[in-house]
Design a protein around this ligand. Structure first.
Ligand code: ARG
Length: 476
């Protein structure tokens, strides 16, 4: 039999498919990565058909055995993917027919590629999300470890990229911990809507066979069945939701990258990129470039693009399945690969970062970062905040003219601006005091940050346990 005759719809057509059309419509080059899920789904479907006496036990065991063999062949590289067989589903089915003969043709009873493909993608994505959840736990553990290691380092905090107020470097790191914590929660939430079993929807309307979809779902460990067959084959919002959550996570990765790039410049000098994670220049011998964070920042663009691609591809489609939807896979796969790799590289890279404590603290002590605290001092001693702001504004201008920081002015100088100032102002102006007096909830005081770190560590411990159970559930 030629492959043209092998096509499931061959009998309806008088002409062979044009070669150009074959290669234009084929998805096998990228959807072959779904093979394991396609096989697992087929095995479950086949068992269900036999249990319901829709096919015989004997046929079912031949199919299950044959298809298992195909899985092992693909793993070993003993499988030639054929473009004329369009996609992974038809490639496997054709091989099954070659292996076990006509019984293979019973497998597709009560099923369509429309529900089959969405099953495969759902199974694939829930496994990948489980891996990404693990990596987000790993990355946050690294941040917590760094925060603990550098708990006493003070850096300038910025607004508008202008030095604003001193904060603990740990506090700044823990801000990323919080962002990635929400990213993980978003993905975990998305997992609920990914984990839905669509088989039985068939082409779009359901099936006339007495199937037991709940049994298939149980075999494949899906907690839920799709509620509407048209929706089941029409919808890809579970992918959009993942791509959106991944995009938000990449925003966070990209901002972290941007800071590392800035901080490793000579102008900041706050961190040094370890040699093993940097690259040089082909022309300038002195250069050490932060290519890893630059590429993470750059790859955010393609992840956002993948979300846009899917939203745009779907927005005009009438229900139910349309072939356009084959275009969901490459953006999805690319986002999964990109996000996983970015998380992986940062988990290795961040612990190796060299932190320049002196540069950070020096930057934090120049630029009047203690001006707010001077104003607060006056307020605590009776002045209205607006008056205090005006008064300290004058002190700052005086300091700028004298080329002196607030802590370098004398009490005599300060008294010229307000009689309220006493010797104890200088204690208030030290970096340690500025940081440690900020005990408000979520503030940068060391005691608050230590608490945040301890709490984070508890959360991470629970997540490690949770991830283990997720893995057992989803990886077969
Ligand atoms: N390769 C197709 C896809 O990815 C599988 C479903 C094809 N269904 C169809 N009716 N042509 O969407």
């Amino acid at each position: 039999m030629t492959n043209d005759q092998k096509k499931p719809w061959g009998s309806r057509f008088a002409e062979k498919t044009d070669r150009t059309v074959e290669s234009f419509t084929a998805s096998i080059a990228f959807d072959k990565r779904l093979y394991g899920y396609d096989i697992e789904g087929s095995i479950a479907h086949c068992r269900m058909l036999a249990k319901q006496s829709i096919i015989s036990e004997d046929d079912a065991s031949q199919i299950v055995e044959g298809i298992g063999r195909i899985g092992r062949d693909i793993e070993r590289g003993n499988f030639e993917f054929d473009e004329s067989l369009e996609d992974i589903h038809m490639n496997i089915e054709a091989r099954l027919t070659a292996e076990v003969g006509r019984v293979a043709e019973r497998l597709h009873t009560a099923r369509s590629r429309n529900d089959q493909v969405v099953l495969d993608v759902r199974m694939y994505l829930r496994d990948e999300v489980a891996i990404i959840l693990t990596r987000l736990t790993g990355l946050r553990q690294v941040l917590v470890d760094l925060a603990r290691r550098y708990i006493d380092i003070i850096m300038p905090g910025y607004t508008h990229l202008q030095r604003a107020q001193p904060v603990l470097f740990s506090h700044h790191l823990m801000a990323y911990y919080e962002m990635f914590k929400r990213d993980r929660a978003r993905l975990k939430e998305a997992l609920k809507r990914i984990n839905v079993m669509p088989l039985g929807s068939a082409a779009l309307a359901g099936t006339t066979y007495p199937i037991d979809a709940e049994y298939t779902a149980e075999l494949l460990e899906f907690p839920e069945l799709s509620a509407n067959s048209v929706d089941a084959v029409s919808s890809r919002d579970f992918i959009m939701e993942f791509l959106a959550a991944a995009s938000i996570c990449m925003v966070h990765m990209s901002r972290l990258s941007e800071e590392l790039i800035l901080w490793s410049s000579a102008e900041f000098g706050f961190v040094e990129i370890p040699d093993a994670f940097a690259t040089g220049s082909s022309i300038m011998p002195q250069k050490k470039n932060p290519d890893v964070p630059e590429l993470v920042r750059g790859r955010a663009g393609r992840v956002f693009g993948n979300l846009m691609a899917l939203l745009t591809m779907m927005k005009g489609l009438p229900l139910s399945y349309n072939r356009d939807m084959q275009e969901d896979k490459e953006p999805l796969f690319d986002t999964v690969d990109t996000l996983k790799r970015c998380l992986e590289v940062y988990e290795k890279f961040l612990p190796r970062l060299k932190v320049n404590e002196t540069a950070m603290e020096k930057a934090a002590s120049r630029g009047f970062l203690n001006a707010t605290d001077m104003a607060d001092y006056l307020v605590t001693r009776g002045m209205a905040f607006r008056d205090a702001h005006r008064c300290v504004g004058k002190v700052v201008r005086y300091g700028v003219d004298q080329n002196k920081e607030l802590q370098e002015l004398s009490l005599h100088d300060l008294k010229k601006f307000s009689q309220i100032f006493e010797e104890d102002i200088f204690e208030i102006l030290t970096l340690e005091q500025i940081v440690n007096r900020r005990v408000s909830a979520g503030g940068t005081a060391k005691e608050s940050v230590v608490k945040a770190i301890d709490k984070a560590q508890e959360t991470l411990k629970l997540e490690v346990v949770e991830v283990e159970s997720l893995k057992r559930k989803t990886s077969r």
